[in-house]
Design a protein around this ligand. Sequence first.
Ligand code: GUN
Ligand code: ZN
Length: 432
Amino acid sequence: MRKDTNATLLLGQTLSFSANPFELPVTEAVHLQSAGAVLIRGGSIAAVGDAGTLRALHPTARVVDYGKGLIMAGFVDAHVHYPQTAIIASWGKRLIDWLNSYTFPEEMRFGSKTYATEIANRYLDLTTSHGTTTSVSYCTIHPQSVDAFFDAAQTRGQRVVAGKTCMDRNAPDDLTDTAQSAYDDSKRLLTNWHGVDRLEYAITPRFSPTSTPEQLEALGALWSEHPDCLMQTHLSEQTDEIEWVQSLFPAARDYLDTYEEFGLLGQKGLYGHAIHLTERERARLKDVGAGLIHCPTSNTFIGSGLFDLPGLMAEGQRIGLATDTGGGSSFSMLRTMAAAYEISQLRHTPLHAAQLLWLATIGSAQTLHMKDKIGNLAPGMEADLVVLDLASTDAIAQRTARADDIWEAVFPTIMMGDDRAIRAVWINGKAA
Ligand code: GUN
Ligand code: ZN
């Protein structure tokens, strides 16, 4: 019999979603198979099913047996700043002071392509080891910081979204561009990288306080010329920031209006944080079907506030989950899910483990308009997977020993947020 050298059969418990567990009971939304298998061929998932059946159908496939390991889609981190990798968990500041004290000085270093390449690779190594298979990253104002990140991801066969961060005011001189250069550089980078292999470009005004109306207008024009691109920015993260926006844009109805006015509100827009929203902002975001990106470890770490996940989900907003490295205090999406749980608890709404996993995979993928490519285990999807060990440490093992069902093992694994739970990661059909 000829060996099916291109096919790999992963054995373990499998978890896939057939519906949204915020909309249907978990038993209907989640498909769990205790003796499951995933067949990978090339960079894609060829089949998902029962281990016995798939073994019989594909007797020559290479087999990797993860025992009781839980095989699921890799995590999709919908908002990060890879250039902030080296300053993660910097102490004692709130947003604006944190940017000025830690972030901007570090981002200035990315004028060096060598340094940018070193940090891009360090960031991708760290996040891969935490089970993240797709990241959506801000770069710095330097075009070479974008090239460095895309180069590193391309070499790994990894799906990423990234863009040059644009700022033409309220930042150090060495860290500002202009309306015209932001437009020109973004357009050139977009032309070079968008749609190449697994790479996508996102037009990236940092946030309205660091862009003049002219720059926002130029980037809105660029987006209208390339509506297939994502656009990412920050929205209503801290109350001081909102007051600052009001003083800089006195005619704006609210923070979102500073984007809407310049053509920067749309279905392919990703709005990081979105904590302190007005009724009008919520209605507009919902109308256009924009992506709201919840960054819970950042929101507690920088002291920003409690994202209204239960309320926003109930009104039908599209919501993704993200670390916001390095305002977020962790590279781990497990730790990030734990923080999302804690914030929702403070709003008197405990999230089910299935809802947390959904947010970290399909939820994020949906905001990126990539739900048909990543975020779930299904035939035809790209083979980006994580395998979780549900008894990875003594602390978790003694807890899961008491579990009556798999969720009682998955939930403590999420809450303890220990990267030893990441048993294996597959990116583009290859063990990473
Ligand atoms: N708002 C504008 N820039 C940033 C950033 O780098 N991190 C966070 N958390 N918020 C921001
Ligand atoms: Zn951010």
